[in-house]
Design a protein around this ligand. Structure first.
Ligand code: ITT
Ligand code: NA
Length: 194
């Protein structure tokens, strides 16, 4: 089966291609030759994921999926959340986002947070949503250079290193994205064998 992945984030593409079995071919927008800036105007991960998948489904007429991910810090009432990419404004700049986050948390002891991923699948004219989350804590300073986005400042529960200090295989053990993708894959496997 082939599915277009409606994202412009190549790190997401690499992680998801690393997770799905060979029976599911995930084609990035870049591979599909589609160049488009998809709007994300809504205030929930679900609504933004739906916006991205329906945009690409209308454009191509093909089955596809998207995902929207946010880092939700409890002491900041869920910020940066749905605004994770543009927390420190435009253009998207992750060093700046991380600096702002650590500054906002400067004197805060309660550093619990979670990553949450919502996947929207458009399959034969119907939408299906899947979710995965990963609980953890925000570090006092960035650690490691692997991964992307907020990975250097997030330590998942059960680990003593940040996502920025882990290989893609290690991140997969804990990852919000891996959990949401597992749901997607088992849904597709049930559909195909039915
Ligand atoms: P799309 O094209 O898929 O929208 P994006 O990078 O804009 O790609 P989002 O809108 O979901 O993605 O924004 C979420 C931001 O949160 C994103 O810019 C990431 O850098 C960050 N993020 C997402 N997943 C992450 C992860 O697994 N680890 C660390 N940061 C992550
Ligand atoms: Na985006």
């Amino acid at each position: 089966m082939e599915l277009i992945f409606a994202t412009n984030n190549q790190n997401k593409v690499a992680e998801i291609q690393h997770i799905v079995p060979q029976t599911i071919r995930v084609i990035s927008l870049r591979e599909a030759g589609i160049e488009i800036e998809i709007p994300e105007p809504h205030d929930t991960l679900e609504a933004n994921a739906t916006e991205k998948s329906t945009t690409i489904n209308r454009l191509t007429g093909k089955n596809c999926f998207s995902e929207d991910t946010g880092l939700e810090v409890y002491a900041l009432n869920g910020a940066p959340g749905v605004k994770s990419a543009r927390y420190a404004g435009e253009p998207v700049d992750f060093e700046r986002n991380i600096r702002l986050l650590l500054k906002e948390m400067e004197n805060i002891q309660e550093r619990r947070a979670r990553f949450r991923t919502v996947i929207s699948l458009q399959l034969n004219g119907e939408e299906h949503l899947f979710e995965g989350s990963c609980e953890g804590t925000i570090t006092a300073s960035p650690r490691g250079t692997n991964g992307f986005g907020y990975d250097p400042v997030f330590v998942p529960d059960g680990a003593d290193r940040s996502f920025g200090e882990m290989s893609m295989d290690e991140k997969k053990v804990y990852s919000h994205r891996r959990k949401a993708t597992d749901q997607l894959v088992s849904f597709l496997e049930r559909k195909v064998t039915k």
